[in-house]
Design a protein around this ligand. Sequence first.
Ligand code: BES
Ligand code: ZN
Length: 618
Amino acid sequence: MKKAILIACLLSAACQSSGTDSEEGEGQAIPADPHSFARPNEVRVSHVDLDLTLDFERSVALGSVRLELERAVHTAPLVVDTLGLAIAKVEGNDRRERSFQLGAESPGFGRPLTIQLEPTDREVTITYETTPGAESLQWLGPEQTAGGRYPFLFSQGQSILTRSWIPLQDTPGVRVTYEAKVRAPEPLVVVMSARQAGRSEDGSSLFRLEQPIPAYLIALACGELESRAISERCAVWAEPSMLAAAHAEFIDTERMIQSAEGLFGPYRWGRYDVIVLPPAFPFGGMENPLLTFLTPTVIAGDRSLTSLIAHELAHSWSGNLVTNATWSDFWLNEGFTVYFEQRIVEEVYGPERASMERKLDLDKLHDLVAGMEPWETVLHIDLQEKHPEDGFSSIPYDKGALFLRRLEEVVGRERLDAFLRSWFDSHAFQSVTTADFEAFLRRELLAEVSVDVFDVQEWLYEPGLPAQLPATSSDAFERVDRELSRWTSGVAASELSTEGWVTQQWLHFFAQLPPQLGSEKMEELDEAFGLTQTGNSEVLFSWLRLSIREGYARADERLETFLMTVGRRKFLQPLYEELAKTSLGLARARRIYADARERYHSVSRGSIDAVLKVDGPE
Ligand code: BES
Ligand code: ZN
């Protein structure tokens, strides 16, 4: 994926063609997006109608998509994004064929598909197939599932991967409604980020989403799946053998929805379901509308990692209802969402847990910023000539959340809440830029606030962390610090009072450990607390990373099993990075990765290829 960074403004046609005022259609002008070939200010897709068959033998999806159009410039062709798609034919309104060209391939971005329209065309139908390596799709063999009997498929659209399974205008500035008809072999079940609309006579599953969304939120999963209700509007989907554990873990979800509604206004999507995917899923969670996709690694048995649900749920407002218009505005999605996540956690689990999670994030952020290039630390990040992936870091997340936290400190919670609610109400189902938000903020909230107290310019456009950061402290962490200093001053690990410590306290404990402990000290901790055997993925991840750093060989086997089964990039990347720091470790990492690579999703592969400097087979 990093190959893509070198792109010059290959997409310059798209940059130049959008935003020309004289050519605007009925809708708002769509901001230029350097990561899409589409020219939505000339011809815009407003509705997507998919008709697909999932072929597990060949690992391809095939069929057609009908795109409904709004045409502002009547002489202009339709331009859509494609990545590795085989286009068979394109038809217009009258079902007669239209001529089309596929432009040059630009690595990571794909090829523009340009379709010549007849004056009467209000829609086109594209017949196509995906390729077996389609970046969005991960086709899993039965051995990668919990049940072990059936294959599994899921899609991951964000940021610009939807174009690898659907030809469409793959920019978050364009919103579409969608419907889909999907055929899969019995007894597999298909679910999508949409309302279930029954079955057709031929047994296909039907879906419909009336709310307009950006392309990156169209999503599909298929496997041996069952669901179990949490409330009237909320259920959990999982493979049968995972269902009971998943249901128990996510039982607080309805309470979270109610808490979120109290804070940000009504939930506007109907149902809120979650699906637990196989461990190969590359993210913790993905906020696909009506159906959050989740890694099974959040199932800890004690609901200690459920802030991830709060996070994905919060995206139902920040991200899905009001969407970043370009990937430079990504912090509007994630920063708001982290702040909201913390507010939901505070309400559902109490202020102590919320402040622990905030403190963990803040400490991590300080460490990271120290090692980053200035351009990477700007909220409104410049991604011209870069891939959206290059803007992915803790900055949009945690610096973004601090921005809102600091605003809260300045204007008070009540005013901030009212302001945020009016931001969502007034921009519902729209895609927005940082400049849109800045103007609204200056007008609605900061008119009387001096720049000495809150410097918007600095927060949004300047690198590093502003001096006036909101204070964060945690009594629970102070207790951890006390035990840690007892240990470092000679008290045996088994003598420390760690009873009742929650996951976040353990994570803080690991983060604060002095460097160069050595294997003996590691073994002492392991024997006292059973760390190599923990069932909590976050604790395990921290412990494994430490074990690599400290050369603690007794965790080696667990590390290899973890790397072979879990595909979550947030865990994989730091572990491989830690291994790659020594030449022995690097050799070991490459050996493990040689087997593991094909089990990972393309987004994880892209990141780890770069860490280990290996070139993938494709
Ligand atoms: N939308 C993101 C995942 C994402 C971001 C996918 C960018 C592709 C490109 C999701 O909401 C997210 O942030 N997930 C986090 C959860 C966490 C911050 C609670 C994750 O996966 O770790
Ligand atoms: Zn998120």
